[in-house]
Write a protein that binds this ligand. Structure first.
Ligand code: ZN
Ligand code: ZN
Length: 265
């Protein structure tokens, strides 16, 4: 008798289990399908241009095609001599500074290409040896020249860096700062887009003052001169429209830092 009871219970249990399983399978079929782990999009990893830290792209600060782990690293001078705040448009026109020389002079220039036109592209082309001589008669005269500057400040205040500040850019040419010749050896060149006639923009003065603050944090005892101050027979830039008194005020420069004074010249 017990045998039949056990058999009955066994059958009832098997039936109950089958019904439950079917219900479970039906419910599962209705669930939205989640993608298998292998199909989840992996986070794109990038590295900080300052410290090489690897981090997910979403967590990084993106700027000019580069990434930074934090604002501090973007705002600092990289070991290789590049400012994260600038756009980087590398020029091949540089070489090594003489051994153990740290820059202690900043040379201010102006440039416009063709003269009187204020676009930045032709200037960057020129500094990268890519200026097309056929596109303007003036370019035929200069396209073969190999020149550069560490920085270029556009009319809108955008700062572009072309050469590492640790390297010697070719901006000053034959020049003399008091008793010292060959100013490229010990200087940092800054070009402002302008033609020497039109006033430089407010944005350019603000950007120049910020760039000077940044340089002063990294190089002690900086002095400032115009290209015309160190090559008076050949050069007139930055010219009479450059307001030396204004940049002295904005960048908080001392008299000693401006050995040629602040008068218009
Ligand atoms: Zn970093
Ligand atoms: Zn110049």
């Amino acid at each position: 008798m017990l045998k039949w009871i056990l058999l009955g219970l066994g059958l009832a249990f098997a039936y109950w289990w089958l019904v439950l399983k079917k219900k479970h399978d039906q419910e599962k079929a209705l669930e939205p399908r989640s993608a298998p782990p292998s199909q989840l999009k992996p986070k794109r990893m990038v590295s900080c241009s300052y410290c090489d830290l690897h981090l997910p792209e979403d967590d990084a600060i993106a700027w000019d095609g580069r990434y930074y782990c934090c604002a501090d690293h973007r705002d600092n001078l990289s070991q290789k001599g590049w400012w994260g705040r600038a756009q980087w448009r590398a020029s091949p026109n540089f070489d090594e500074r003489p051994a153990s020389i740290k820059p202690d002079l900043v040379v201010i220039h102006h440039i416009s290409l063709p003269p009187g036109q204020f676009g930045r592209d032709r200037i960057i082309d020129f500094f990268q040896n890519k200026l097309d001589a056929r596109t303007h008669p003036y370019f035929e005269q200069i396209a073969h020249q190999k020149v550069s500057s560490h920085f270029l400040i556009d009319r809108d205040g955008q700062v572009i860096q072309l050469v590492s500040v640790h390297k010697r850019a070719w901006h000053a040419g034959a020049s003399q700062f008091f008793e010292r010749e060959r100013c490229n050896d010990f200087s940092i060149g800054i070009e402002l887009i302008g033609d020497g006639e039109s006033a430089f923009t407010n944005e350019q003065y603000t950007a120049l003052a910020q760039l000077i603050d940044f340089l002063a944090k990294n190089f002690s005892n900086l002095q400032f001169a115009g290209h015309s101050d160190i090559a008076p027979d050949r050069k007139t830039d930055p010219g009479k429209s450059f307001d030396w008194a204004r940049i002295q005020r904005l960048a908080n420069l001392s008299k000693e830092q401006l050995p040629f004074g602040v008068e218009v010249r």
